[in-house]
Design a protein. Structure first.
Length: 277
């Protein structure tokens, strides 16, 4: 249980030292870049974890925000630093609801993936195969379930995951889901084409993706962070300035002390729904 007297670990970091583990969305990066410059504040800091003691840092959440800062040339960013060895930091997986894509087009796109075999099975068998690591993913459609198996034993799992997402990314609407039950998803997404279920990843996979050639497809990893910092509205002008990193860190500390003195920081222990993301 988090101690409400302990503030989140907010730091001024060089944007070049933040390494994404997933691909950014160019359209979102463009929109975020404009919004950041127009609003003049960083609303929600990205979440990062150190790969080495002094960095670099892997971006756990906020890849598009970090990419937007790099895109407009802002040298520093305020980030919330957590540690992967903290038992309260949990790595989970989102599934993809693919919607608005013709089923025939979706099936053809999957059939063109040369590194995969698609085999019909039951939902329970698909779950077991994925858990064992024999499958890359499985696909739930109204007509049944397909497990995606690599054709080669030493296949690059991350490349195959990118291939699967690439079969529908840009052609369909993608929504995140946390269960694989068709009957639950269908009422919320009337134009649902398929539900893609991905494997549970490990922190080592996230770090390897940040340092390696293949990133994890966006919208799959889900990090549950205790005492997350939101709505800090930190002024971009400070981060864009020619000040040294140390001067910016001093300014952040002074700013935090002012927020504390004004009783402007609140800790909510309750689980929360947000309706304006």
């Amino acid at each position: 249980m988090h101690d409400s007297r302990t503030l989140p670990d907010l730091r001024v970091l060089a944007t070049r030292d933040l390494l994404p583990h997933e691909n950014a969305d160019p359209r979102r990066v463009e929109r975020l870049s404009k919004r950041i410059l127009e609003n003049g504040v960083l609303k929600n800091p990205p979440i990062v974890a150190p790969i080495e003691a002094e960095g670099p840092f892997v971006v756990l959440d906020g890849a598009n925000r970090v990419a937007a800062f790099k895109h407009v040339g802002i040298p520093h960013i305020v980030a919330q630093v957590v540690r992967y060895d903290d038992p309260e930091v949990i790595l989970d997986t989102w599934y993809h609801v693919v919607s608005g894509m013709a089923l025939a087009e979706f099936e053809q796109a999957l059939e063109e993936l040369v590194g995969l075999r698609l085999v019909g099975c039951s939902l329970s068998e698909a779950r077991e195969t994925l858990q064992r690591g024999d499958a890359i993913a499985y696909i739930v459609c109204e007509a049944g379930v397909l497990k995606a198996l690599p054709r080669e034993r030493d296949a690059d799992t991350m490349q195959l995951l990118n291939d699967i997402v690439g079969a529908y990314k840009g052609r369909a609407d993608i929504f995140r889901a946390s269960n694989d039950i068709w009957e639950i998803q269908k009422p919320y997404y009337p134009e649902i084409t398929a539900l893609i279920v991905f494997p549970q990843l490990r922190p080592a996979d996230i770090i390897a993706a940040a340092l390696g050639r293949h990133k994890i497809p966006s919208g799959i990893t889900r990090h549950i962070i205790p005492a997350r910092a939101l709505n800090i509205n930190f002024p971009i002008g400070v981060l864009m300035s020619a000040w040294s990193a140390e001067r910016k860190r001093e300014w952040l500390h002074e700013w935090l002390m002012e927020r504390m003195a004004a009783n402007a920081i609140r800790f909510y222990a309750e689980s929360t729904f947000t309706f304006n993301e």
